[in-house]
Design a protein around this ligand. Sequence first.
Ligand SMILES: Cc1ncc(C[n+]2csc(CCOP(=O)(O)OP(=O)(O)O)c2C)c(N)n1
Ligand SMILES: [Mg+2]
Length: 603
Amino acid sequence: MAKNMLDGAQVIVDYLIREKVPYAFGLCGHGNIQFIDALYERSADIKTISVHHETVAGFMADVYYRVSGQPTATFTSCGPGSANLPIALGNSFLDSVPFLAVTGNIPTSQFNRGAFQELYRHYQADFPSTVRAYCKRVFQPTRGEMVPLAVRQAWKTMVTGRPGPVVLDVPFDVFREAAAEETPKPEEWSANISCRCGADPEGLKRAVDMLLSAERPVIVIGQGVKYGGAAADLKTLAEKLDIPVAWSASGTGGIDTSHRLALGLVARNGPYQANHAARQADVLLALGVRFDDRTSSSWLPGYSFTIPPTRLIHVDIDPDEIGRNYPVALGLMADVRTFLRQVLGEIDARKDIGAKAAARAKWLGTIAGYRKEWEAFIAPGFVDEGSPINPQRAAREIDAALPEDGILVSDIGVHHNWLIAFCKPKRPDSLIGSMGFGPMGFGVAGALGAKLAAPDRPCVSVCGDGAFFMHASVLGTAVEYNIPVVWVVWNNYAYASIRGLQRGYLGGRELATDFRHPETGAPYNPDFAAMARSAGVDGVRVDRAADLGDAVRAGIATGRPYLIDAHISADRNPGGAGVWQLPGLGQSQPAIGGRYQPPIFSD
Ligand SMILES: Cc1ncc(C[n+]2csc(CCOP(=O)(O)OP(=O)(O)O)c2C)c(N)n1
Ligand SMILES: [Mg+2]
């Protein structure tokens, strides 16, 4: 190699450091030892975390970003090592979270020869085909000198527009080939690019006209508000016009959930006041929302939304999401924060913002009545002392044990549905969950990424027994790197969310959804607390609701990794004012209220 030349691996690592990436999460293989060697060289500037399953690396990178706003990187080997990654890529892709996945591949000189771990039957070194549906873009430099361009383009693609994970697939020899004398500079290629585009001026005026003339307005917020840094401006707008704010599960925390204008989750298991207000709104301002099936009660009109006659203003950075599921009265491609600031500016210039104030006050009064009905409906669940623990009570006890700056990372399953319905986060980054791809293990592993991103904040993973068993290797990672997270294993001896569907839709024909001992038929699970202790993690078992909060507080206080095996009932499902449809099997019924039928007005 010519003097002073960096090789491919060195360029990538140096670029990551220039982009202020503090961690690379991954797992070794013969296909990436050269990359690991480049990390070794720069270990004073970037810390390497070696995990026990590649998916864990991806989930850690994902949640690291959700907490800190800083993308990180993963490293995986060729073949199976990288084939363990798409679950994490898909999760980040559908939830618009960036991380750079550096995947190893076989040497270019061996392309198409069927070398060890080459996917070659359709096309040479074909990992890019494997992941193209799972990430925003794949780059595969095949010569050292292609690496600088690939790494800077990969990073830029990842963070601009709608963010998402990007794969940089690097053949073995390319890691070691001469690449460049100097690494590209972020300030030239990514750092100074802004995607905070505003709405077009005409559209903005129309949006403000619609909001100011509305009598029953509702704002519904999604992830765009949380990760777009728009929470403060949203609050200002809501307060200025007295407009109530509902959220999709991904938008939870975009407004303090105890704010007087906070309605709650619009969803199949969302509260009555949120669904019943959103479905009666005359104008609905949707900010960074996808309108997926769970938010929208499977798009069945009259449960979560009734669009039309509701007139929808849909604002999103990605025009693909506008008009995907609902007709729009006004669709605006814009960054949510910029849009909100434009609206606030426009409102300040208007003279008649109080014209509909009386109607809006009446609307808030009506909604207060819905809220009372909901609170009476859910009250019994909070005082249930039964064992196993009532899940509604469990959600509330865990939530109440966390300080305001605590971070709860949820896994996927029925526990997640309880948590999004009953936790009361005050900050955008206090309740984290996966809503797009929904892979089990996200919360089990993601909590480790959260803790690294926010070492001073308590980080708790609430995860199903099924998911924890699937990804129990995290215990070792927490010990090896001294990452003090608390796992609350929501132990219901089942893949309970799926068993609930068998009970609800298939007449109770249950198969392959619970865990039983073959001889006794009794519920079976490993002793999770003992399992934790075997890995060097403190572990306790909790059976009573009254002890759950104390256990969480005690776990946080140890300042060490900690596991709580919490025995929680699976006999109840979280009920709300919305529904969910499994086409061909039917639809659930709302637990409160019914289907809203908009009045028919004659001309
Ligand atoms: C990797 C993966 N496999 C399967 C599923 C389908 N799935 C969704 S929830 C669920 C059950 C999860 O069980 P558990 O972790 O015990 O949580 P619970 O529903 O009991 O709270 C399954 C199997 C999934 N989302 N992800
Ligand atoms: Mg379970």
